[in-house]
Write a protein that binds this ligand. Structure first.
Ligand code: PFF
Length: 450
């Protein structure tokens, strides 16, 4: 085992890092586009319920296990086990988590690369180099590979610096910038013509769709993806939290920031789509469905920005810059999952571990890009819609059934001596033991049988 582990130096540092992990493409690219194509307000409603009632308790399971073990996900799940079978199962869950995390990272760096390319495109356009700029937004293998590589290098660069001067420092710088930019963009888009129609779609739920099994599975996957759950990211970040920190409180703050930003991004993207439509941009296919979810913001938003003249170019730079920042604070957290395991369990130095794993994931991304038409959507769907909630379920089982209840209490007491009489201790242990696993299972069974 490596001798010294990293630690977040302050509450602010941890919250920015964990919220930085949670807030990313999932909030600004995933959630609003899924909401737009799945019943608008209905999706929002189901998402909010699942995020607060299932994802927050699951997040707490990861944070508490991680903080207790002060170790990577594989080691942590083994250490809370009480017999050889649960130990083996814990280790296998941790390993599965880091494999799934690597798959998530493989598509994440591709999409993040597009964000950077679009940002650069607008900058070049503003500078008058529109010819060169065109290459950046054309879908081509060289462009995709190039920007994927650049984004991976940025991720590797930050993670190689470790917890305090890498993760904490950069999240603390980038997150406030992201929040301010997002608020300004929302305010601007809401003043444009057509925005109110989008607002209506976003806020008025279509109840018939809210109860469809596939919508619920999508919303659950979206909530787990958005809070970075299941694959061990939050467990690892939890392992870097100081012992005197009040976990339910900081976990609650991270959840609020994450959900708040997803909801706010909805106020930007969905009205923007309708502004685009108002300006003559096609946003629906002939069958009335929304145009391709994955690429929606890469077609609709640039088309919208184009109709806005010079102001549009500036808004475009700001928007894609914002997306790139949000993506970077998330991609570093994903890479940290396999990296922390390799450092601690295979005695490798941080530099070597980061470059080796970063390189391996870049190869995986290249394979995805070479087989884009069938692999890209499949990797996203399998890793985020199925693996994340199901691994999250296993984490709940570990916190609720496998781990000793008294140890959990002692862990929580380190940061709050009065835990035992508080609301969290009254509700959470029973809830994470029964309600969370049952609801996750019911959502899946209902989906399979429907
Ligand atoms: N939560 C991130 C987002 O919303 O974009 C994505 C993510 C980060 C997923 C970390 C999984 C993960 F482990």
């Amino acid at each position: 085992m490596a001798a010294a582990r990293g630690e977040f130096s302050s509450r602010f540092g941890f919250i920015m890092a964990a919220a930085g992990s949670a807030v990313g493409l999932g909030n600004i690219w995933g959630f609003p586009t899924q909401a737009a194509s799945n019943g608008g307000g209905a999706f929002l409603m189901v998402y909010l319920i699942l995020a607060f009632c299932i994802a927050y308790p699951a997040l707490m399971a990861e944070l508490i296990i991680g903080r207790h073990a002060h170790a990577n996900a594989v080691e942590a799940l083994r250490s809370v086990s009480r017999g050889p079978i649960s130990r083996m199962f814990g280790g296998a869950t941790g390993i599965t988590g880091l494999i799934v995390a690597s798959f998530i990272l493989s598509f994440y760096v591709i999409v993040s690369g597009w964000m950077m390319a679009f940002c650069l495109n607008s900058m070049l356009t503003l500078a008058g180099f529109s010819e060169a700029a065109a290459w950046l937004i054309e879908f081509s293998l060289p462009r995709n590979l190039f920007f994927m590589g650049i984004f991976m290098l940025l991720t590797v660069g930050i993670i190689s610096r470790g917890v305090q001067s890498g993760i904490e420092k950069w999240s603390g710088r980038l997150m406030p910038m992201l929040i301010v930019t997002l608020v300004l963009l929302v305010l601007y888009v809401l003043t444009l013509e057509g925005a109110m129609e989008g607002l209506k779609v976003y806020l008025v739920p279509d109840f018939e769709r809210a109860i469809s099994p596939s919508l619920i599975v999508k919303a659950l996957g979206s909530a787990f993806f958005s809070l970075s759950l299941g694959v061990g990211t939050m467990l690892v970040y939890g392992s870097y939290i100081r012992d005197d920190e009040n976990l339910p409180l900081v976990g609650g703050m991270v959840t609020m920031i994450d959900i708040g930003i997803a909801v706010m991004a909805g106020f930007l993207i969905i009205p923007a789509m309708y502004v685009a439509q108002h300006n003559g941009v096609e946003i629906f296919t002939a069958t009335g469905a929304l145009i391709s979810e994955d690429t929606l913001i890469f077609t609709v938003l640039p088309a919208l920005f184009q109709t806005m003249g010079v102001a549009g170019v500036i808004v475009s730079i700001v928007f894609f810059f914002l997306m790139s920042i949000a993506a970077l604070t998330s991609s570093i957290s994903i890479l940290e999952v396999p990296v922390s395991y390799t450092i601690e369990n295979h005695n490798m130095g941080r530099q070597k571990a980061v470059w080796t794993i970063g390189g391996a994931v870049a190869v995986l991304s290249t394979v995805v890009l070479l087989n884009f038409s069938w692999m890209f959507g499949l990797v996203i769907e399998v890793s985020t819609r199925y693996f994340q909630p199901l691994l999250g379920l296993v984490m709940c089982v570990f916190a609720g059934w496998v781990w000793n209840r008294n140890s959990i209490l002692q862990e929580l007491k380190k940061g709050d001596a009065a835990t035992e009489s508080g609301w969290f201790w009254k509700i959470w242990p029973g809830y994470v033991r029964t309600v969370c696993p049952i609801i996750i299972l019911v959502v899946f069974v209902n989906y399979i049988w429907a």
